[in-house]
Design a protein around this ligand. Structure first.
Ligand code: ZN
Length: 340
């Protein structure tokens, strides 16, 4: 009797052990993946997360002889860059936007974080068909990253393009709702706030995810009240060191020459360009090659935390748009006068 009871308890015990081992080996290893991600420096996070999946099950392997073995996860390549001579990203910096820090020596001289030959690529006024995708391709071909400041209205016209920008790993901030001059005399404080918040909400609506708390004033017109407001919202303000004036360029060559000439003088820079501009999109493949040849190194600026958009603006925007984003086409695309 005692023997039979002992045998039964032993069997139950063994079943519990097998069940526990089965649960351990077959459950997702999110705990391990998260731990590896947090402890790794930013540039190595992707690789660390990928390798965490293939962490061996150490001593438990011996006990799991009766459990069917799972096929090993193939090791992920450390980098997806197919171009061995790419411009790449030399450094990733994480920005704590508390209090609304300002970047770009054209207006803000406090935060001097770039070293000689370091550059930050920034693009305004998108997303726009053809030009933004061309810019994205040029950046991808060089395995490099940039910061984008889309216009809210444009984000609602072409959310699918803005999604591609974010999916490629670039930082996406905002550049107001309608590209209004926030320093204009007719612009009151409330209107300026509306432009800022609606712009961010439009980017969030297009992306389906919160934008970075990065903002650039249209025409670099820094209104003092709007500056204070952005500070209270913990949004970083981006001016620039090198303004390409690409919107005035007559062709791609002028864009390239403008950037390289100004960069030679400053030695390092946050460079302002426009993914909205055709000549910039055309110039970018050669410009990035020339930057590489000139020994310049790209620094990628990432936000420490995403921006919390304001619910009232998110809701108002959805209501305003009436139609789902996917159907939002410009009126002259939908309505055509055929006889008059
Ligand atoms: Zn602009």
């Amino acid at each position: 009797m005692r023997n039979a009871l002992g045998l039964m308890l032993a069997s139950v015990g063994a079943a519990v052990v097998i069940a526990a081992v089965w649960f351990w080996t077959s459950s997702p290893r999110a705990d391990l993946a998260v731990a590896a991600t947090v402890s790794a420096p930013p540039a190595e996070r992707i690789a660390a997360t990928a390798s965490a999946k293939s962490i061996p099950t150490f001593e438990l392997v011996e006990v799991t002889a009766t459990v069917p073995a799972k096929p090993p996860v193939p090791p992920q390549p450390k980098t997806a860059c197919a171009n061995p001579d790419a411009l790449g990203v030399s450094r990733v910096v994480e920005i704590d936007t508390t209090g609304g820090p300002g970047f770009g020596f054209a207006h803000f001289k406090q935060l001097d974080f770039l070293t000689d030959k370091e550059i930050v690529l920034t693009f305004d006024d998108g997303p726009w068909p053809v030009n933004t995708p061309s810019v994205l391709k040029a950046l991808a071909d060089e395995c490099t990253k940039a910061v984008f400041f889309p216009i809210g209205k444009h984000a609602t016209y072409h959310p699918e393009i803005l999604k591609q920008v974010a999916a490629a790993g670039h930082s996406v901030g905002a550049h107001t709702w309608s590209h209004a001059n926030l320093n204009a005399k007719k612009m009151n404080e409330q209107q300026a706030r509306d432009e800022i918040e609606k712009g961010f909400s439009a980017v969030k609506l297009a992306l389906g995810a919160a934008p970075s708390p990065f903002f650039r004033f249209p025409q670099l017109q820094h209104g003092p009240a709007a500056m204070a407001y952005l500070g209270s919202r913990n949004v970083a303000i981006f001016s620039c060191d090198v303004d390409s004036f690409d919107f005035k360029a007559k062709d791609a060559t002028q864009v390239i020459n403008s950037v390289l000439t100004k960069l030679e003088k400053s030695g390092k820079a946050i460079i302002l360009m426009h993914d909205f501009q055709k000549h910039t999109a055309e110039a970018l493949p050669l410009l990035l090659r020339r930057l590489k040849a000139g020994g310049y190194k790209v620094v990628h600026m990432k936000a420490k935390a995403p921006l919390q958009t304001l619910a009232e603006y998110d809701e108002a925007l959805v209501k305003d748009m009436k139609l789902p984003v996917a159907s939002a086409r410009p009126v002259n695309n939908v309505v055509q006068t055929v006889t008059e």
